[in-house]
Write a protein that binds this ligand. Structure first.
Ligand code: 5FX
Length: 535
């Protein structure tokens, strides 16, 4: 928070409609956060009976959320911001973020309902009847494996789907969800005028008219040609009929959707000139929030699971793992995202078993052992891993000859867990074109110097940290500023130029060239062992 009033007066609002709730972040023209507030679906809207913002169905695979709850949350958030004194009239642009992959199914009556929103009524009372599917499938849904198999077969296999759309067919990706709804509920499909993403739906609410799906969030659908950034006719054809018309246009993330609807000017005091910039997915917005803006910029978020994402120009889509998305702030570039399930949980388990539950002792163990662990390797798949994809779980230890051994010394084990996580990220990231020239570390474990040192040595690049977390709503506020600047200047302005005054990150550690060399020569052997374990 800052109470900086020394601005030119323009404010930018970022909204994040996440799985658990909706958050708003208001920034000034000097990048200071002026105000933040949030709504939690479970506690603020208990009548929808969600747990963690979702409904889990009896089959154990289907997971949905009611879109009318997302609508209701927007009014509550704006009420909260208003009560906190939000200077809505100074907001010149708003953009946003939505949980990726979730779909919102709208009947044709949505067009008039959105256009005619009445500020005397609540949003939820005016939009209750516009949905052709009352409970939307979201990214946690895993019920579409048969549709994934069918669509991969129709399009030439997993690698062909990845080459075309940036990712192989994933159960949560929207194209496979659309195929399921068409097959299981053709009547609802027939009643649908528009299939929006969560992101484009919230943009539509604010603008009072359908909003385009942005190319970056559109990359999470297995429907868009990742190179042309248009819907792929082949991918649409094997999904459902007349789909192009139901999806509507696709647009880069800096595009203006329109002016904010009078509902929001009359009810909350927004200026009628406030511009709505295309919304995007939460991960693309996090990339914008961390200001990854040139080739080689990579962030590693050390959370419950670890995520690595980065800006790149020359992607190598993989039919096995990882995602290539269109870049949300650069229409020529891409972003890559890789998820490693065994993140903090694995580090914490080893900290508990090998370092008596103490991060200090864990750090000392790393400091007392040599880079490369004298050739010993540990692989820790406490949970089924995503990168590499495997159902094999357990801990696996190897000596310097690659022979299986029962355990490592506690000190060696502490080093092994961190080394194997970063070696794995390096090898899988490189496999889809990610070659970091610097790394921004975020998330809880980025406060641990010993962990950052291994990260820097494994990748051979400096590691930076900052106050900032991978916040999607802050990224959305930055994108609001970017899109607004492009509109005002009447041309595309590089994101880096618009962000030039943003607070800088500080260098936490430089790589040790000798240690980096050890890891580089170990990498082929590590990958071979990891593959052996993953099966
Ligand atoms: C990304 O592909 C995901 O499925 C998740 O990170 C969701 O975007 C979470 F909202």
């Amino acid at each position: 928070m800052n109470d900086n009033t020394n601005t030119n007066g323009n404010l930018f609002l970022g909204l994040d409609s996440s799985t658990q709730g909706v958050k708003g972040t208001l920034i000034d023209a000097e990048f200071g956060v002026v105000l933040e507030d949030a709504v939690n679906f479970d506690s603020d809207l208990p009548e929808f009976e969600t747990e963690g913002g979702v409904h889990r169905h009896a089959d154990g695979l289907t997971i949905t959320s009611p879109p009318i709850m997302w609508v209701a949350a927007i009014d509550i958030l704006f009420e909260k911001l208003k009560a906190a004194g939000c200077p809505f009239s100074s907001v010149v642009a708003v953009s946003g973020s939505g949980q990726q992959h979730g779909s919102v199914w709208l009947k044709s009556s949505a067009v008039d309902a959105l256009a005619g929103l009445d500020s005397g009524l609540a949003l939820r009372d005016q939009l209750a009847d516009v949905f052709s599917v009352a409970d939307s499938p979201i990214w946690m849904d895993a019920s579409t494996q048969s549709q994934c198999d069918e669509r991969e077969a129709a399009l030439g296999g997993p690698q062909a789907v990845a080459d075309l759309t940036g990712s192989r067919a994933y159960v949560r990706f929207t194209g496979n969800q659309i195929a399921k709804i068409y097959q299981k509920d053709p009547e609802a499909y027939g009643q649908t005028d528009r299939v929006a993403l969560v992101s484009s739906f919230v943009a539509a609410l604010l603008a009072g008219k359908y909003a385009p799906i942005d190319t970056s969030d559109g990359s999470g659908m297995n429907l868009m040609d990742i190179r042309t950034r248009e819907w792929s006719p082949e991918a649409l054809a094997c999904t459902a009929p007349e789909l192009a018309a139901k999806l509507g246009p696709i647009a880069p993330g800096h595009k203006t959707v329109g002016k904010i609807h009078s509902y929001f000017t009359e009810k909350y005091g927004f200026s009628p000139e406030c511009t709505v910039i295309a919304f995007s997915g939460d991960n693309p917005n996090s990339l914008a929030g961390l200001r990854l803006q040139s080739a080689g910029d990579v962030a590693i978020s050390l959370g419950t699971s670890d995520t690595m994402f980065g800006y790149l120009l020359d992607p190598k889509p993989s039919g096995v793992e990882g995602h290539i998305f269109a870049n949300p702030v650069d229409p020529e570039a891409y972003m890559v995202m890789l998820c490693h399930m065994n993140g903090s949980l694995a580090r914490e388990r080893v900290r508990d078993s090998a370092a008596g539950g103490s991060w200090d002792a864990f750090g000392e163990a790393i400091a007392n052992t040599p880079a490369g662990n004298d050739g010993r390797v540990g692989i820790f798949f406490f949970e089924p891993e995503i990168s590499p994809p495997t159902a094999n779980t357990g801990t696996f230890f190897f000596d310097r000859n690659g022979d299986s051994i029962d355990n490592l010394t506690p000190e060696s084990e502490a080093r092994a867990v961190v080394e194997s996580q970063f070696m794995s990220m390096r090898s899988h990231g490189c496999g889809i074109g990610l070659e970091p020239s610097n790394i921004l570390a975020t998330g809880g474990a980025s406060a641990n110097a010993a962990i950052l040192k291994v990260m820097s040595d494994v990748f051979g690049v400096p590691v930076y940290t900052g106050e900032q977390t991978a916040s999607a709503s802050l990224g959305a506020a930055y994108r609001a500023m970017h899109g607004w600047t492009c509109r005002v200047k009447g041309q595309f302005v590089p994101f880096a130029e618009v962000m030039s005054g943003a607070p800088s990150f500080s260098k936490a550690v430089d790589p040790d060239p000798a240690a980096h060399e050890v890891y580089s020569s170990m990498l082929p052997r590590f990958s071979e062992l990891e593959q052996r374990v993953a099966g």
